[in-house]
Design a protein around this ligand. Structure first.
Ligand SMILES: Nc1ncnc2c1ncn2[C@@H]1O[C@H](COP(=O)(O)OP(=O)(O)OP(=O)(O)O)[C@@H](O)[C@H]1O
Ligand SMILES: [Mg+2]
Length: 259
């Protein structure tokens, strides 16, 4: 066992039923700091629903979610965010009438933890160089410094998703969850986001969960792969082993890789 053997995030027999349909079925897994786990599986396998159960967007029907060993299963989404579960790609998290820089500053400020309303925050920020500098730092990391004064409602879809990555970075969560981060992005935007995930993985001791369909992306980023199928966890291990396993070849990829 390595010193990092304590999982930051765990699910225990986590399930959710929609009517008679079990979308996530008794999924147990541990996620470790410094490890990027890719979750794969066919459309409708339950990947996004699993993320919703972890981040608190949906309540579990049964089972447990643990963060640093503490049971957070009954906590709402906002409380989980405050405790360090960060999730990108819910475009609803953006404030469309504020500028790009203001959106990131809100995240930086919420991380700083001051209990002020938005107006007083924005007023104070205008003279608060440190917060502005930090917000600009995150915008530069997603190559959006030139958009800093643009209102979010005027951004392209790809820019909105990059902005969400900047906001996620600014929140500095212990657990970062990305659900198909490059979906809908143009070819020149994809490497920006993938490089960033690479960098975050390399430089911070974060627990990263990534849902991804593109196999080249999976291969380049994964430390570990989990396979969901019909809501169940059907494979979990190092990328080479999981990719080569019969269950992935048949259930996920559909055809044997060496046929
Ligand atoms: N709120 C909901 N109410 C009813 N059924 C739902 C709900 N959310 C998800 N489902 C069902 O749960 C199953 C899993 O859906 P989910 O979106 O988690 O799949 P996924 O693995 O993310 O698929 P994709 O790769 O297409 O994104 C599907 O059958 C879906 O229709
Ligand atoms: Mg999904």
């Amino acid at each position: 066992m390595t010193p990092a053997a304590m999982p930051s995030l765990s699910t225990r027999e986590l399930s959710i039923r929609f009517g008679g349909h079990v979308a996530v079925d008794q999924v147990s897994a541990d996620f470790y700091p410094g490890t990027l786990t890719v979750i794969v599986g066919p459309n409708g396998a339950g990947k996004t629903t699993y993320f919703n159960l972890i981040s608190g967007q949906l309540p579990a029907s049964s089972g447990t979610v643990l963060l640093d060993g503490a049971d957070i299963t009954r906590h709402g989404a906002a409380r989980r965010t405050a405790l360090g579960i960060g999730r990108a790609f819910q475009l609803t998290n953006l404030f469309p009438h504020l500028t790009v820089a203001e959106n990131v500053r809100l995240a930086v400020q919420s991380r700083a933890g001051a209990g002020m309303n938005m107006r007083s925050m924005l007023t104070r920020w205008s003279s608060h160089t440190d917060l502005i500098v930090r917000a600009d730092y995150y915008l530069e990391r997603v190559s959006m410094a030139s958009r800093r004064d643009t209102r979010v409602m005027a951004l392209s879809h790809g820019d909105k998703r990059k902005l969400e990555v900047a906001i996620l970075l600014a929140l500095e969560p212990a657990v970062m969850m990305f659900d198909e981060p490059t979906a809908g992005m143009s070819v020149d935007e994809v490497p920006v986001v993938l490089d960033l995930i690479h960098q975050v993985k390399a430089e911070r001791n974060r627990t990263i969960l990534l849902v991804e369909h593109k196999m080249d992306v999976v291969r380049s980023l994964a430390d570990r792969i989990i396979v969901l199928h019909n809501g169940s966890l059907v494979a979990d291990g190092n990328p080479a082993e999981v990719m080569a396993s019969p269950i992935v070849q048949q259930a996920y990829l559909g055809t044997p890789e060496h046929a």
